[in-house]
Each structure stands twice: as structure tokens, then as C-alpha cells.
Design a protein around this ligand. Structure first.
Ligand SMILES: [Zn+2]
Length: 181
């Protein structure tokens, strides 16, 4: 297995561990509750429009802020994304992460380092794994017959069940290797 794949698998495993620990067995995943149970603070923040979320770490204690002007599904993704930074990227006792349009492709106005891009990708992978666990998707597909739906309807029906954006579900379905053993 490629090191890259192993790394992604670790991210998926971490998400699954958390779901097991808090006895989450079906969608939608209550991401806010999970974060609070994990001992972090969560609150809405008066952030500028292009900022979707922040993670502030003080003395190893994490506080996540989300932008209340964003859609609910976006807020959920942001919370999961910031939790990903907390779990995988937090290295010193006090740190801050600020997230702009991270779901959308990186904008050219700022030159991100390879390290920053990797961190954003990790956090997105983690958020997708937490909000759209592969097992839950497989169970949902087995439970309900989606065969008659056109692809766009199929994705939007699933997005509703998981309380995520259509965009997030589209990426997840494309990347999750759901149909491979
Ligand atoms: Zn981020």
C-alpha cells in the first residue's frame, strides 16, 4: 500500500473510532455534540464573510468558532474540519487556525505552502469521513433503493440524509471507494 493511502486510512480510522466511542450508528452525525463531548468549546463567531471557521488552541484546550452566516451544512462541515486540525495538526500548546473557503479549490490570491495544502486536505478528508462514514453510506445504500434515481437526485437524497452539502457528498462518493471491496 502507498504511504499516502495508509495515511488516508488513518484519517478514516480516527473518524470511525470517534463514532464508535460516542455510539453514533446512523446519520446525521451530531458533530457539535461530539466536539463538546471531546472537551472542546464550540460557538458561533462574528467572522468576516470569507472566513468559515477558526480553531483557537490555548494551553491545549481547543475552541472552535464557526460563521453563523454560512449554511447549516457548511457549518457542520466546518466544525468537523476544525476538529480535524485539532486532532492532526495541533503541535504547540497555543495555536490558531483560520479557515477561508477550504472546500472550494485553493484560491490563487494567496500562495499556500505544500504543508498548508496538505493540512487542509487532511482536515477535509477527516470531515468527510466523520460526517459521511463509509459504513453509514453503505448501510444507507443497502437500506433504501436509490437505483431509480438519476445521479443528481441520488446525490441530493443522500446529502439530505447525512445533512451535508451536495458538493461535499459528491466529493465523498467520488473518493470513498464505496463500490470497491
Ligand atoms: Zn483548515
Amino acid at each position: 500500500m502507498y504511504p499516502e493511502n495508509r495515511y488516508l486510512q488513518r484519517i478514516e480510522q480516527k473518524a470511525n473510532e470517534i463514532l464508535r466511542k460516542y455510539h453514533i450508528r446512523k446519520p446525521p452525525v451530531p458533530v457539535k455534540d461530539i466536539i463538546v463531548k471531546m472537551g472542546l468549546n464550540v460557538r458561533s463567531y462574528d467572522l468576516s464573510d470569507d472566513v468559515s471557521g477558526i480553531l483557537v488552541i490555548e494551553n491545549d484546550k481547543g475552541s472552535i468558532g464557526f460563521n453563523p452566516k454560512n449554511s447549516k451544512t457548511r457549518q457542520r462541515f466546518t466544525l468537523a474540519h476544525e476538529l480535524g486540525h485539532f486532532l492532526f495538526h495541533h503541535q504547540s500548546k497555543s495555536e490558531i487556525f483560520i479557515d477561508k473557503d477550504f472546500i472550494v479549490k485553493f484560491r490563487s490570491e494567496k500562495n499556500y505552502t505544500a504543508h498548508e495544502i496538505k493540512q487542509e486536505q487532511d482536515a477535509n478528508m477527516f470531515a468527510a469521513a466523520l460526517l459521511m462514514p463509509k459504513e453509514f453510506l453503505q448501510a444507507e445504500l443497502a437500506r433504501k433503493d436509490y437505483n431509480d434515481l438519476a445521479e443528481a437526485d441520488f446525490i441530493s437524497a443522500l446529502a439530505k440524509v447525512f445533512d451535508v452539502s451536495i458538493q461535499a457528498m459528491t466529493y465523498r462518493i467520488a473518493n470513498a471507494s464505496l463500490f470497491r471491496p
